[in-house]
Ligand binder design. Structure first.
Ligand code: CA
Length: 230
């Protein structure tokens, strides 16, 4: 999952980037409204965290313009304490949730996870798909209740496919959602990740959770359902 952080205060921007990267997200940043507008229109982010007080173009204007342009990723706004009107304007412009500064890291992460799963039609943090389960809180993938050891990128690929079941996902799309813009991408690496995931999720080759569609991409073949919240 790839997140855009829009924050003009450099220290807070770096803190947010580090926090989200430590929790497994690919993160890009923008420090003013114009740059944010451009990035949000050019890149298929999974979510944006947007401070409303920005130079060049306000956060509310950025959100308005993204929504006008058909950008539908979830948006979490950051507002200063006591500025309730800002929250209302931000939500009315198309944001989905808000946090008042200063905030606790755990609360921000919980809101980000909730917005991401809701955007994929999931109301619970554990998703089941055949014998495979994905716990979005702990970033754990289990097969028959046995947690699997995945690298960070293998997890990102698996999570993206499971949250988009039955959809043909191209290598380009996967690349765009698992790396930030500074990463030196090589879409051949995706084939390597998929090969390793197949071994880890389906070691006897009977389940076939990931189908390859030659020249088009990959498809998660198992139906997903919501798991128990425990
Ligand atoms: Ca600001």
């Amino acid at each position: 999952m790839r997140i855009l952080v829009v924050e003009d205060e450099p220290t807070l921007c770096r803190q947010l980037q580090t926090l989200l990267e430590q929790h497994g997200y690919a993160v890009d940043t923008a420090s003013d409204g114009r740059e944010a507008l451009f990035q949000g229109q050019e890149t298929p982010f999974d979510l944006a965290v947007v401070d409303l007080g920005l130079p060049q173009l306000s956060g509310v204007d950025v959100i308005h313009r993204w929504r006008e342009a058909g950008r539908d990723f979830p948006i979490l706004i950051l507002t200063a304490r006591g500025r309730w009107q800002e929250k209302v304007e931000g939500l009315e412009a198309g944001a989905d949730d808000y946090m008042v500064k200063p905030f606790h890291d755990e609360e921000l992460l919980a809101r980000v996870r909730a917005l991401l799963r809701r955007a994929h039609g999931q109301s619970r943090p554990v998703i089941r798909s055949g014998p495979i389960s994905l716990d979005l809180r702990t970033r754990t993938l289990s097969v028959n209740n046995q947690p699997q050891e995945l690298t960070a990128y293998e997890y990102r690929v698996a999570e993206y496919l499971i949250l988009n079941p039955d959809k043909v996902v191209s290598k380009t799309e996967l690349t765009e959602h698992i790396y930030d813009q500074d990463f030196d991408r090589d879409s051949n690496v995706i084939e390597v990740f998929i090969g390793r995931l197949r071994k880890k999720l389906d070691n006897d080759g009977t389940l076939k959770p990931i189908e390859t569609l030659r020249g088009r991409g990959y498809r998660w073949t198992l139906a997903t359902r919501e798991g128990e919240a425990s």
